[in-house]
Structure formats: C-alpha cells, structure tokens
Design a protein around this ligand. Sequence first.
Ligand SMILES: [Mn+2]
Length: 213
Amino acid sequence: MNHNGESRIGESKIDFDYFYSIRPCLGERLSGDAVIVKQQDNLLAMAIIDALGHGNHAHEVASAARSYLQNWHSDVCETMVYLHQHLQDSLGAAVGLGILDLETNQLSYTGVGNTVIRILRQQNKIDVPRLYSTEGIVGGDIRQPKEQKIQLYRSDLVLFYTDGVKEHFDPQKYQGIFTDDVMTVAKNIVRLFGRNYDDATCIALKIGTISDD
Ligand SMILES: [Mn+2]
C-alpha cells in the first residue's frame, strides 16, 4: 500500500508522492473500500471506491471496480460511464476518479456518490476551488458525469477519502498535515477523523518539485 512516484517528462520534472490507508469497519476483516493509483506515461490516475455496505459482499464489488479500473481511459467521465456499465449487476459503489496530467499539473476529476476530494493549500491560505461529486450510485443510477478541472501547485495536498472519514474534518485539528510525509498523513486522517462503524480510506497525494532545468 506504500507507493512513491516520480515522473520526468521532457525538460520539465514533476515529483509526486502518495500513500493510501484502508481500514475496515470495526468487526470486519475485509474492506468494502478500494483504491487504485496508476501511472501511464504522463498521466496519473487515482480512484477511490466505496462499495455499498461493508464486509465480504462490499469487498467483492470494490475489488471488481478496482480490477476494471486497471484499464482506465484518459477521460474521467468516459471511464466513469464504462465503470457504471461494468458494475450494473452489483449493489453499486460511490466512486471518485482523478487524473493528474504530470506535464501541466492539471487535475481532472469526476465523482459519483459520497466519496470526497479535498485539496489543501498552505501558502497564504489561498482558497482552492472545491470539487464536487454528483449524486447517484455507480452501477445503480447515475446522471451524466461532469468533469471538473483544477490547476495544482507545488506542495498542494490532494486528499481522496470515503464517507468513513468525517467529510468536513478540520485540518487545524491535525498539526502536522502540511509537514508530515504522505504515509503519516493518510494514516493519521483515518485514525483521527475515521468513524469506527464504516470502512475508512484516505489517499494522500503531495505535489512536489516542478523545475524546468
Ligand atoms: Mn462507506
């Protein structure tokens, strides 16, 4: 579950570092949440999946979604629609999909259901536009997915988490959120803000150095 990534493209260089932490619901051995982070050329795809319910059955649905997403498309909405079709005979899932262009540092996002994407930016407390998921259940009932784009900058912290983590947790309640490494951040968010009676999952992605030399 520990991954570090670095990408060098042409003359420019963008580093990123990520880690994800998945903790099953109290009393369950398997999680109904799943994560995939996969780089292909200059694109980094990230998905967070929260299958309906928890336990074994949810785990199977989440695993099916995860396997399917091994072959993601560069268009987030297209990927979401295909995944929706793939999960049609299942209980369904909430899914957040992000694709980061490592040349431009632009993040495309689409989400269905109650997974959360949150971007924390430290410098000057500049407000970062919020990205939203639309209502629905992937595999059940969805509207046409909407793509949202945001420009990321060095030291931005991108968090994806499932509803087992408090949606509006206060980052101020975690002092080291901007200074700790991504492994510590992902684990601490689950530990500090997770609910015991649901699967709780967090992906922490930190944008690193961008240089043209
Ligand atoms: Mn959940």
